[in-house]
Ligand binder design. Structure first.
Ligand code: UGA
Length: 444
């Protein structure tokens, strides 16, 4: 099938590449000329494991093309994906200006006898498919086109990609949600997604609004699960219980499930914080006070600071002149994304208290440098960061941090002190090696 993807950010690029991988002809459109140039020369613009290889192959084989022209991009396409940014505006709602502008432009380009399906792929507020539909319709009416609704359908097809495993999530999705009442669109999209659900995972058809809400509900529920566990961790510390045990005990109940029960120093990234806030906001606009979500956000903000009192108390509230080694800057492993990363909050507070920070992250140091520059020092590797530091703080659970050389850590640190925001190590290990060790929801 001929497909156009408008917007070559994270979602757009993964979507376009993965559809090309199953044999479709994909044209990606972006207004950023530099980006289009780079992509056209066969270079990926984001870090995502596994993407580069299939991108290069499909680009070479001519199934993946790039252009800055919307007109050229959609010319042959039967299906047009909108993967445009929806940043939070001033009051936390998703800003639809990019989506609606492209919708208007599409209305100026659609032609009689050339039916197209226009799909919202980005996370957009409930009712956006209707707004996109009406915007396109309006443009067509202005062009005096008869029966304009026959030319297109607008469908909601939210993505559920996790950064770091986006290619795998796209190629083998747990489910595909398709929100449309159009039988024609259902048939075409059912065929498009068939290769991705061969194992039997469902393609669930529903109306547009339910599809839009499904995305927010899923992300908000997962964020709630995390905040709930972070509060249980708080209780564990006060009751002398071990959150790892409680987590295992709870997670074995199939109704609860084992995943997403890991406490830590809060969720971050570009999705959970934005989506929880946007859902709370649109609930309010609809006259409903979504109390749980307000609490989820508050708990998460506090959790980002969870290690601070422990660090301050260890140093008797005096961090002036102390050197802190920081392992992990990305909001989670396998990404260079630092948006809403707990590490940034830690850095800000520790630096404000007079500590100097030497950080190491396998992928995210360039992004942090761009954001905060020389506020901290950047180490070549995880051990270099430790040299003469007064303590090690862990903010991201990169695999390579999980089985370090403890003797080396001890020899490099001034004193064997670790504050672990991701519960990487077993308590007995820490005892054996003689570390002063504080983590989340476990005894110290
Ligand atoms: C999330 C969802 O998982 C995807 O399904 C969704 O498509 C995506 O948002 C989106 O809306 O585009 P992502 O933000 O990449 O994906 O990250 P996750 O792997 O879900 O992790 C989110 C945060 O939760 C991270 O900060 C992680 O450290 C934290 N987390 C996760 C925990 O603190 N504990 C856990 O047990 C799991």
């Amino acid at each position: 099938m001929d497909i156009a993807v408008i917007g070559t950010g994270y979602v757009g690029l993964v979507t376009g590449t993965c559809f090309a991988e199953t044999g479709n002809m994909v044209t990606c459109v972006d207004i950023d000329e530099q980006k289009v140039k780079k992509l056209s020369s066969g270079k990926v613009t984001i870090y995502e494991p596994g993407l580069e290889k299939i991108f290069e192959r499909n680009e070479k084989e001519g199934r993946l093309k790039f252009t800055t022209s919307l007109q050229e991009g959609i010319k042959d396409a039967k299906i047009i994906f909108l993967a445009l940014p929806t940043p939070p505006d001033g009051d936390g709602s998703a800003d639809l200006k990019y989506v609606l502008r492209v919708a208007k432009d599409l209305g100026g380009l659609l032609e009689r006898g050339d039916y197209k399906i226009i799909i919202d792929k980005s996370t957009v507020p409930v009712g956006t498919a209707d707004r996109v539909n009406n915007t396109i319709l309006q443009s067509l009416i202005e062009r005096n086109i008869d029966n304009p609704q026959d030319l297109f359908d607008v469908v909601s097809n939210p993505e559920f990609l996790r950064e770091g495993v986006a290619v795998e999530d796209f190629m083998k999705p747990n489910r595909v949600i398709i929100g449309t009442d159009s039988e024609k669109a259902k048939k075409i999209l059912g065929e498009l997604y068939a290769p991705f659900v061969r194992q039997g995972n469902p393609v669930i058809f529903m109306d547009e609004r339910s599809a839009e809400l499904t995305k927010y509900a899923a992300n908000s529920f997962l964020a709630t699960k995390i905040s709930f566990m972070n509060e249980i961790a708080q209780l564990c510390e006060r009751f002398g219980a071990d959150v790892d045990m409680v987590r295992r005990g709870m997670g074995s109940d199939e109704r609860i499930g084992k995943r997403f029960l890991f406490p830590g120093i809060g969720y971050g990234g570009s999705c959970f914080p934005k989506d929880v806030q946007a859902l709370a906001k649109s609930a309010k606009q609809a006259g409903y006070d979504f109390k749980i979500l307000e609490a989820v956000m508050e708990v998460n903000e506090n959790q980002k600071k969870h290690l601070l009192p422990k660090i301050f108390s260890f140093f008797n509230n005096d961090l002036k002149g102390k050197k802190i080694a920081l392992w992990g800057l990305a909001f989670k492993p396998n990404t260079d994304d630092i948006r809403e990363a707990p590490s940034l909050k830690l850095i800000k507070e520790l630096a404000a208290a007079g500590a100097s920070i030497v950080a190491y992250d396998p992928e995210a140091m360039i992004n942090v440098k761009e954001e905060i520059g020389d506020m901290i020092t950047y180490a070549e590797n995880q051990y270099e960061a430790l040299k003469d530091a007064d303590a090690l703080v862990i903010a991201t659970e990169w695999s390579e941090f999980r089985t370090p050389d403890f003797l080396k850590i001890k020899s490099l640190l001034k004193k064997p002190v670790i504050f672990d925001g991701r519960n990487l190590f077993e308590l007995y290990q820490m005892e054996e090696h003689g570390f002063y060790y504080e983590s989340v929801g476990r005894r110290s």
